[in-house]
Structures are given as structure tokens and as C-alpha cells.
Design a protein around this ligand. Sequence first.
Ligand SMILES: [Zn+2]
Ligand SMILES: [Zn+2]
Length: 342
Amino acid sequence: MMSGMQTMPELRRHYFLDEYCIIAAERGRRPTNFRRDEAKPGDEAACPFCPGNEGMTPPSDAVYAGRGVLSDGAERVSGWQMRVFPNAFPAMVSSPEPVNRVVTGEWTALPGQGYHEVIVDSPRHRENPADFSQEHMERLIRVYRDRYLHYSESSLAKYISIFKNWGREAGASFSHSHSQLITLPIIPPQIKMELDAFRRTSFCPFCNIVEKEAGSSRLVGEDDDWILIAPFYSLVPFETWILPKRHFSSLGEMSDAESRSLAALLMQALRGMKSVLNDPPYNLMIFQLPSGYHLNIRIQPAVSRIAGFEKGTGIRINSIAPEYAAAKLSESAKSDGRSPKS
Ligand SMILES: [Zn+2]
Ligand SMILES: [Zn+2]
């Protein structure tokens, strides 16, 4: 019997944090169908993100149309390509009711002060981000950069989180493609730990990842400015990271050429995931700070359950080795024929 064809589970330590994940890949059992739940047909009429339904959302702060960046007045702007407005059910608000900073003298509570906005990133209800044109993805990256720069001026924003949830299982409440931005009055603990690790080394840990992973079996793709990898420390099956080869902290520091090549590599990542995993739900997260950091983008298919072991230990079990994921994703880019560099 060859049923003993299982690779040894491995505890893999994070590149530079004291965190672990378990890679427990079973050779004969490698699921590659992670299809997300699809929206029911005919739900456009009730979709607040669809053109014509702008009145169902709060007025826009920024409407990106061919004729420039506009904002809603008494009349809502139509004919847009992307539309940015405050989330109707925000996690953070700009003027919260005053709360006591310290509730009991023992435990801390801070006002949830900040901004939470929705970026409707396609005017087409059924458009899959993996099918965006290069031009449209370039536009989305410009919008991410614009909104990041806008909030980086605010004293309320210590941290700006930009992310995209695709599919209900990934947390999206609407099937119409959109991204979100939430500002926080604190630096999240995860980022704080990363910054502490930066201080302990004489080099940038992310520059080190770029250098080492570029020559590894986990490299999925690259162009002149960016690399796409299935990271050594992968928390979920087919997780990918995109890192700039040049050391810089935020989208605000990106050149126009870097912005265009990022769009191309991001499209390769999304197309690869859609084709290899049959359009899975996923979370896409942009990690950035105004300075002293190395921008990175992480894409995690939302396909594994967080259950008792994960909650009890903080350690995730990933059933797909990143080396296998990288091979599958590169193969798909080659057959796709649109890989920036093959
Ligand atoms: Zn819609
Ligand atoms: Zn760096």
C-alpha cells in the first residue's frame, strides 16, 4: 500500500516573528476546488453598489469617472468607474460619542475614532476582479494610493488598513466587487511586532524575504519591480504575497512605472487563483506605513476553518505546502500566456 505517501508535517516559524504555522500536506489529497458561493441571479436591482442605485448609499467622497475625480452633491454622480463613500455600518466613526478613555481604572477603552469607507471598484455587478483589464487594475491601484494619501494627512489615522473581501465566505456582505478602507487610532499589534523585529536587525526583514524567495521554489512570478511568492510561512492554502523589490513603505512612494507593473502582477495573482482554485473566496490585504516599513500585499484564499486547535494555540494548520501552490500557480501563468515575465 502506498497510502503512507504523506509528507511529514512541519512546524514553520514566521520569517522574523516568533510565530508558527503547521504545513501538513497530504500528498494524495490536494483539494483544488474552492469555489465560492455565487450570488443569486437578478440581484442587481437591489444592489446598492450598482450604477443607478447610488441613492441607496451615503453620498460619495470621491467618484472616479473618465472626466476626473468628483464628489456627490444634491445629485449623485453617474457614469463612474469607481465610487468611494462612507460605510453605512462603520467599524470606526470620525466623531464618536465621548467615552471615558479608561473605563474602570484597570481596563482600557479608546473611542473608535476613524474612518471606514467602501470603494466600489467596478461599475459592473458581476465582474470578477480576476477579469479586470490591466487598465482597470491600474486605476484601482491609483484609487488605493489616493485614498491612502488622503487619510495619511489625518491625525485620527495612526494606521490605514486597505483590504478586499471577495465572496461571502471571505466576509463580503455584497457580491458586487468592492474594497474597503478603515483607519485606526492605534498601530495594530501585528504591525507593532513587525516594527520591533525591524529594530532588532540591521537589515530590512522584508528585503531579505525578497532576496531569498526570488531564488526559491516558492517564486510564482516577478517583473522588474515586484515579486509574487507563495510564502515559506503560509497560513492558508495558496496564500500569496506581493513585495516590491525596492525598499519603500507605502503606496504613496510608488512610481508610476511601479504602479503599472504592480497592476500586472496583481492580475497574474488573481487570475492564477481563479483558474487553479475555481474562483475561491479570498481576502486581499495591503500592509503599509508612512515610513520605516516595507510595503507588502497578502492574498489569502478564505478556505480553511479556524477551529479549536487554531483558537487554542494561535497556530494555523495549512494542508497545502506553499512549494506545491507556487508550482501550480506558475504553471497556470504559463498556460495563461499573460505572465509579465515567463
Ligand atoms: Zn451591483
Ligand atoms: Zn525592505
